[in-house]
Design a protein around this ligand. Sequence first.
Ligand SMILES: [Zn+2]
Length: 455
Amino acid sequence: MTLRLDERLSALVLPRALGLIGQASGRMLAELMAVERLTPDELAELQWKRLKALIEHAWAHVPFYRTMFDNLGIRPEDIRDREDYARLPFTDRDSLVHHESELLADTFDPRALRVVHTGGSTGTAARVHQNLEYYHWGASAFERNLRWIGFEPGERQAWFTRPGVTTLSRRVRLAIERKWVVGVTVHSPVVLAEWARGVLRQQPRLVYGYATAIDALAEYALDHGVRFPSVRHVVTSSETLTDQMRARIREAFEAPVYNQYGCTEVYAIASECEHGNMHVNSDLNHVELVPLEDPSGATQLEVVATPLFQFAQPLLRFRTRDEVEPLAAGSCPCGRPFPLMGPVAGRVDDILEFSGGTRISGMLLERLVRRIPGVVHFQIQQTSRDSLRVLIVPNHEYGAKTLAEFEDLRRHFARQAGLAVDISPVLVDEIPLTRSGKQRSIVRLDEEAPLAERS
Ligand SMILES: [Zn+2]
């Protein structure tokens, strides 16, 4: 189904249409835009009020946090400022794995919640439960962040993102939003040629999606002399955008490139404005940059975030496992009240190279493996140009179904990219650490790959 509306008409019907089909409401976006007129102090006060309300809710309605507060011998009123809050223990992906139901608030019907699979780059499969309103706040913040870089509602968009379910309502919504969505699974030469043709046909103003996918397309375009004159702005997300990638994408699309930062557990953490500075969406998230313990003595900062509207399954002081570079002092000429943050530097999102030049984003591979039943922790190791070994710490669900899913994955790659890759699951007691002491979910062929056998 295709709705043929020009961009102006699309902009006119967009807010009403989105409301009708249950998407981010105009009310939320209006509220978020109004926050931009606050002073930094007023914004900090608004954030603190929201954080206090979330802490009280977590204490009153979430068994995990009630137990935590009881064990610490404190009550919500004992948390008087941000320093007090910073003394609370972290929540992390292990908390989600081991305390999934104790983290749910008793004020929501669990059947009415959105369930999202997560794991980030840590190789720990977990599920997050979201109240619908939280999801809409995230979507509205995304809209606000796009306005920062000059995006106008109704503009044609090309999205390179995870493969989604194509229901009728989704197709209608995509048509209204003027979105052409490409589900990214591999970046083979054949696939890249198809994307390039698609962009030329669709004439998008905005190109949005995975940094590695857009970079692969940029590289293809430069190699083949393809130009995309319709594109006005490129926005990357979900993966680290290196300076080299940014320069290549800018050259290929002849348009400015902006980065957004968030994760499955915490939406819309920060986004770059038109001046290229990363601003924290501090009205939606409380963000701390916590020094990482590094045996080599180097200072690394980890993003610890609290989503302020996640009431169904509150995550107080959630460890994202993402590292950011320290920020040089100064303010942004855009004048928005949102605090600045350094670029995200430490997201592990390796590209695996296979025979015939086919490349697969490690992050995508992770997303596919993380959904397989029976897999609690995993590490994907490339052992040759045609083979992968997947170390698995299993749970009781591990069995024939798990193996069948891996077989499906192998067939998927053969079908999608003509790639004959051998995938061998290996059971282990724990996922080995790399030399630097980190747990990696992806180990490339050119890296050290310690193998811990199940005892
Ligand atoms: Zn700015």
